[in-house]
Design a protein around this ligand. Structure first.
Ligand code: NPQ
Ligand code: MG
Length: 385
């Protein structure tokens, strides 16, 4: 495939309600989109970085900068490009996995669209719909939390994940378990808010039959997670700690986790995400697809991944209306607790043109050498951001 160029685009999407985690509160999703343009197709990728580096070291402006200055030029240096070669072409740049993942996703989408193949088929999907869970933020009161969980259960979500932090853990988990009964699939995510000194406290969660406890300790602390796993009965799941298939293999070998959350952005792309799936499947470690408050572009791609055979637990692949009143694509709707895996070429959905121009704050076109300049200007600013 010959690339004509890469477009970077910033969009702003207000959330239906603020989403609070142990690292902060988000009310607006500030998203960087990547569009890969080839001779016969264009493809979309979504960068999952947040505007502040609180979930991980990456953040939206940093991703735009590393893409513009290093990653896109490294990619466009090659006359021919295909998705399976993107990671190697970007390999000299250390880290920046979310930025790399967005670029790889855009190239992969363009390539698959030109071949008329869906991402799900390409990755090896084993089903045409996936069971969905929902992540429920930290609230001001337990009453407010119970009302939120009630709404999600009524909508049909098949499992509930409670965000926790010191001071908001045993009581909310107990309240949800007591109110909804043992039949509710329930899990908790701390986003690295605890230390090993909290092991006895976290063991109090053992009483509530959680499916798993996600990322209780800092990302670097694999040994701490292994020690914690020996001191609590709840299965430990890693999110932030796993940025590659090699790290997944290390975590499993150390006994740091018995479940893995896979997010393509966190691990540098869909192809590395599939390798983590393969490693975990070989070790009989269940995996599930995480979420980063994606628009329809990232959500569609996650659904294709979540359809692989090792994804045996419901993911954070919620419906569009969990986060947005109006999505960037046709909205994904929950049916009987599931979302349909898109079947069209590539990710199977495209940004709605009117919606896209409405929420775009900025675009930048990075042409391949000798390629025609798509927009007329090298850079077109749609706002001051
Ligand atoms: C997690 N996601 O599993 C993440 C954390 C997260 C659905 O719980 C802006 C951008 C806000 C990324 C909030 C869910 C975010 C974000 C939370 C990621 O740990
Ligand atoms: Mg998490």
């Amino acid at each position: 495939m010959k690339l004509a160029g890469i477009e970077l685009r910033r969009v702003t999407m207000p959330l239906v309600a603020p989403f609070r985690t142990s690292f902060g509160t988000t009310s607006v999703r500030d998203v960087l989109l990547v569009r890969a343009v080839s001779d016969d197709a264009e493809g979309w990728g979504e960068c999952v970085a947040d505007s502040s580096p609180l979930y991980s070291p990456e953040f939206t402006d940093g991703c735009a900068d590393v893409l513009r200055r290093f990653l896109v030029p490294a990619l466009l240096r090659h006359g021919e490009m295909r998705a399976s070669r993107v990671a190697a072409a970007l390999g000299a740049v250390k880290g920046h996995r979310m930025a790399k993942a967005a670029l790889e996703a855009a190239v992969l989408d363009a390539e698959l669209r030109s071949r008329g193949e869906s991402l799900a088929e390409h990755l090896g999907a084993a089903r045409d719909r996936v069971p969905c869970g929902v992540s429920v933020g930290i609230m001001a009161s337990v009453a407010e939390l119970l009302a939120a969980v009630e709404r999600f259960v009524a909508q049909g979500y098949l499992r509930i994940k409670l965000k926790i932090e010191p001071g908001w853990d045993v009581e909310p988990v107990r309240a949800v378990r007591e109110r909804f009964g043992d039949g509710l699939a329930l899990q908790a995510d701390a986003n690295a808010a605890y230390t090993l000194a909290d092991a006895d406290h976290l063991a109090r969660l053992d009483a509530f039959g959680l499916t798993l406890l996600e990322q209780p300790l800092p990302a670097e602390d694999l040994r701490g997670h292994a020690e914690l796993a020996r001191r609590v009965r709840t299965p430990i799941c890693l999110d932030e700690s796993v940025e590659s298939a090699a790290q997944a293999a290390d975590a499993i070998a150390l006994g740091a986790c018995s479940v893995v959350n896979i997010k393509p952005g966190r691990v540098g792309g869909f192809l590395e995400a599939r390798r983590i799936h393969d490693v975990c499947l070989a070790h009989r470690v269940p995996v599930w697809c995480g979420g980063m408050l994606e628009t329809g572009v990232g959500r569609a791609a996650n659904l294709a991944l979540a359809a692989l055979p090792g994804f045996t637990l419901p993911g954070d692949t919620s419906a569009s209306d969990r986060y947005f009143a109006a999505d960037l694509t046709e909205p994904f709707r929950l049916e009987d607790g599931h979302l349909a895996v898109p079947t069209g070429p590539g990710i199977g959905v495209s940004p709605l043109p009117e919606r896209l121009s409405e929420i775009t704050t900025w675009t930048e076109w990075l042409p391949a050498r000798g390629a025609p300049n798509e927009t007329g200007d090298r850079q077109r600013n749609c706002g001051d951001r």
